[in-house]
Design a protein. Structure first.
Length: 260
């Protein structure tokens, strides 16, 4: 195992490339690059015994994945979200939430939840910083004639097809999953010994997971990620970051409901 870890950067190239080729069926392009990078990173996590990050990553995707699958099935059958499907989503959401929390506590990534770890003043400051960044990116976007992101467009479309309560829980709850997976588990877990690299990885991974497709979307999610990553780097408080993120997402839902 020590030999594997010593040469892990080179050894991981083999499964990264082979599995990338398998998934993309040998097609050369960006899809192969991203697939190879994903499996390369996964191989590194396995070698360095950091599989808990993969578990957190998968759990973070479960709520939105379950909504997407149920919604696609309903669209094919031309039927609305049923009460039973809402319950199924809630069970999946709570399962992912509780298991993620337990993993994070077991790995000592976060402190036990307590009201004292939600500093209202800092949460409001973080929210206002993201709000100002949003105004700035909107102004730049208007100059570039780029006024939206593919990620937000997909969310807006989804919001019209599913119950508001389901959409709100998934989007606000993303503040928990994304801060834990893309910030805490990287900066205080996988790359704890390499803080400059951890900062950069957390900054970029969060941005990339929101599928930026133009300058406006790169600025939108990049600046938000920069603010949240800086807050965590400075205060090392998961609940502070989660509070800022949830408040911002909740604000976005409120605005979308008002203009619908």
């Amino acid at each position: 195992m020590n030999i594997l870890r010593k040469y892990s950067l080179l050894i991981s190239l083999i499964p990264g490339i082979l599995l990338g080729l398998l998934v993309t069926q040998g097609h050369i392009g960006l899809s192969l690059l991203w697939s190879a990078l994903f499996f390369y990173a996964a191989s590194l996590l396995v070698i360095h015994q950091k599989l808990y990050w993969l578990a957190l990553f998968v759990l973070s995707l479960l709520p939105m994945l379950s909504i997407t699958i149920i919604n696609q099935q309903n669209q094919r059958q031309h039927q609305p979200f049923s009460f039973l499907e809402i319950l199924i989503f809630l069970v999946i959401f709570l399962f992912a939430l509780i298991l993620s929390y337990r993993i994070a506590r077991k790995k000592e990534l976060i402190e036990p939840i307590h009201i004292s770890r939600f500093p209202l003043g800092k949460i409001l400051i973080g929210f206002l910083m993201i709000f100002v960044a949003s105004l700035l990116t909107s102004f730049i976007g208007s100059l570039l004639k780029e006024t939206g992101t593919e990620n937000q467009a997909a969310l807006n479309q989804l919001a019209t097809a599913i119950p508001t309560i389901v959409y709100a829980i998934a989007v606000v709850g993303a503040g928990f999953f994304e801060e834990l997976t893309y910030r805490v588990a990287i900066m205080d877990g996988v790359l704890k010994k390499y803080q400059p690299l951890a900062f950069l990885a957390a900054l970029l991974l969060f941005t990339l997971m929101h599928s930026p497709s133009n300058i406006y979307s790169w600025l939108t999610y990049g600046l938000m990620s920069l603010i949240l990553t800086t807050f965590y780097y400075r205060y090392r408080n998961f609940y502070l970051n989660m509070g800022i993120h949830m408040l911002w997402n909740g604000f976005g839902i409120l605005i979308s409901l008002l203009v619908r």
